[in-house]
Design a protein around this ligand. Sequence first.
Ligand code: GSH
Length: 258
Amino acid sequence: MVFVLHGNIESLYTRIVLVCAAEMGIMDTPAFEFRVVEWSQIFGSDESFDFDASPLKRVPWFEDTDNGIKLYESRSIAKYMAMKIRSPLIPDLSTPEAFALFDNACSIELGDFHQNCYPLCRHLFINPVFNNVPTDSHILSFFMTTFEKTLRQYERILSTQKFVAGDQLTIVDLFHVPFGYMAAQSGGNPTLAAGTEAFPNRLDDFVPIARPPTPSSSDVPHLPHVQRWWSTLTSLPSFKRINAEFEQSIVARLQKRK
Ligand SMILES: N[C@@H](CCC(=O)N[C@@H](CS)C(=O)NCC(=O)O)C(=O)O
C-alpha cells in the first residue's frame, strides 16, 4: 500500500494533510509518497489537466495504490489515512456516540473556526503575498471580531476537555493548525499569537504583510484553555517541520521576486 499525496507545500490544505501524515508517523516511510504539483498546473490550461484525479482542479489530491481510491478534499484524505492505518489520532467510530462526538468537533472546525479564520489568512497573507492585492481593512476587522468570538466559544469547550473531540489529541485538532497559525503569525488574532510556542518570525523579514497594530497585553482576551490547547498544537514536531518547509518555500519565492 502507498498513499500518494499530490500537492504543494505552499497550500494550506496540503499542509493539513502533511501535518496529519507527519503526526501519524507515516511521512518518512515507504507507505507515503508526496508528489509536488506546481501552481502552473493548477492555474494553467485545462487541456493538460487530469480532472479524473482532481475534478475541482485544486490541491491536494490523493490516491491509495492498494485499492485505487481517489480523494480530493484535505480533511477526507486525512480521515481516510488515519482509519486505514488504525491511527490513534482517529477514534474508533463504530458506535453512534463515538461517531457523533468526533463529527461534532469536525463540524465546528469547518463551520466556525475555518469559516472565520480563512478570511484572515486570505486578507493578511494570501492576497498580499501571492496576488499582490492589498488587505481590505473592513473585511479584516469584521473577521477579526467573528474569529475572536469563535475562540471564546472554544474556550467553553476546552475548559471541560483537553482537545476538541475529547481528552485525546485527534486529527481534527490538527486540522486547525495551518490556518490558525497563519492568522496568528500575520497579526490576525492576538489570543492565538500569545499562545503560540517558539514563534519563528522568519517570515517577518520577507513578507510585506499589512498587519493590524500589535495589541498591548491587556487587550489580549484571557482565554487560558484556548491558549493551552494552541500551544500544545503549535509545539508538535510534526507541525514545526511542515511549517518550516512552508516558510522556506515562501522565502525562496519572495527572494526570487526581489
Ligand atoms: N476544500 C478543499 C480546498 C482545496 C483548495 O482550495 N486548494 C487551493 C490551494 S490552497 C487550490 O487548489 N486552489 C485553486 C483554485 O481554487 O483554483 C480541501 O480541503 O482540500
